[in-house]
Design a protein around this ligand. Structure first.
Ligand SMILES: [Zn+2]
Length: 278
């Protein structure tokens, strides 16, 4: 889950009517054993131009990202909420960001769901809290995205568009990383690990980083110190700390390396694997 970011998302760009476009033909023409058509060059170039953190990857990564994105589009079902038409551009933007975390891990990490729902705006989720007097207060929470265990990923399109290198923000990466985390049935900030050694290291490093982040946030709020770079939403739960820090790791690696060197090594060990040193 992801709250809407503190910065306002940009105005939604005109979407045009491309339902008869490349991706629509892809999803309707693919039969068993069919070969996915390649992503048109202009569409791919526009996606990279929209997301600099994708464009900056090296040629080998980009080739793999394009291949996985094509397979992702061929295997997932996109739908627009409230009459929204999901265009080629929207679907590929989401697919490419979703595939970045599994560039080395493989697309099979996403084989436990197929639905991706795109909303024209932030979603309002009904919530309730009980105060000390026992009174129940009802309110609505604004969400930019949500990932259901074993179920669909839901995204607000304006928030997908608001992906930002400076802020280390990408709601698409956030929600799809939750799907990795949930592969073992628990959204606890620890996806299934390839080895016991890495699982132990994960617990140690993540717990320390989560504690440090909450302390830094508390100091900033109480005494007016500098705000930590990660979104404060990361302090709400270990699963959110993992998802928010992964956004920063994938979207702004240089800044992440400065802020969280121990997490950088840890995430490299998981996402890139031991045979892929940086
Ligand atoms: Zn979340």
């Amino acid at each position: 889950m992801r709250h809407t970011p503190s910065h306002p998302p940009p105005e939604a760009q005109p979407l045009g009517s491309t339902l008869a476009g490349w991706w629509h033909r892809l999803t309707t023409s693919l039969g068993a054993g069919a070969t996915s058509p390649a992503i048109p060059q202009a569409l791919w170039d526009a996606t990279l131009a929209r997301h600099p953190f994708l464009a900056e990857r090296d040629a080998t990564d980009l080739q793999q990202l394009r291949l996985l994105s094509m397979q992702f589009l061929g295997s997932k079902q996109f739908s627009g909420a409230q009459g929204l038409q999901v265009t080629d551009e929207m679907a590929l933007s989401i697919a490419a960001q979703a595939c970045l975390p599994v560039l080395r891990l493989g697309l099979h990490w996403y084989d436990d769901f197929s639905g991706i729902v795109v909303h024209p705006d932030a979603m309002l989720a009904p919530r309730e809290v009980h105060d000390d007097a026992g009174v129940v207060h009802h309110y609505q929470e604004e969400l930019s995205g949500e990932a259901m265990p074993g179920g669909p990923v839901t995204l607000s399109w304006p928030d997908v568009q608001a992906a930002s290198v400076a802020d280390g923000y990408s709601v698409a990466i956030h929600e799809f990383v939750h799907k990795l985390d949930m592969r073992d049935g628990l959204a606890d900030g620890c996806p299934p690990m390839p080895s016991r050694a890495l699982a132990r290291r994960w617990q140690t490093v993540m717990q320390a980083a989560y504690r440090d982040f909450k302390e830094a946030l508390s100091m900033a709020n109480r005494f007016g110190g500098p705000q930590p770079w990660l979104d404060p939403y990361a302090a709400t739960a270990p699963a959110e700390f993992f998802a928010v820090s992964c956004e920063a790791y994938f979207v702004n690696r240089p800044r992440f390396a400065l802020e969280w060197p121990a997490l950088l090594e840890l995430f490299d060990a998981f996402f890139l694997g031991p045979e892929q040193p940086q």
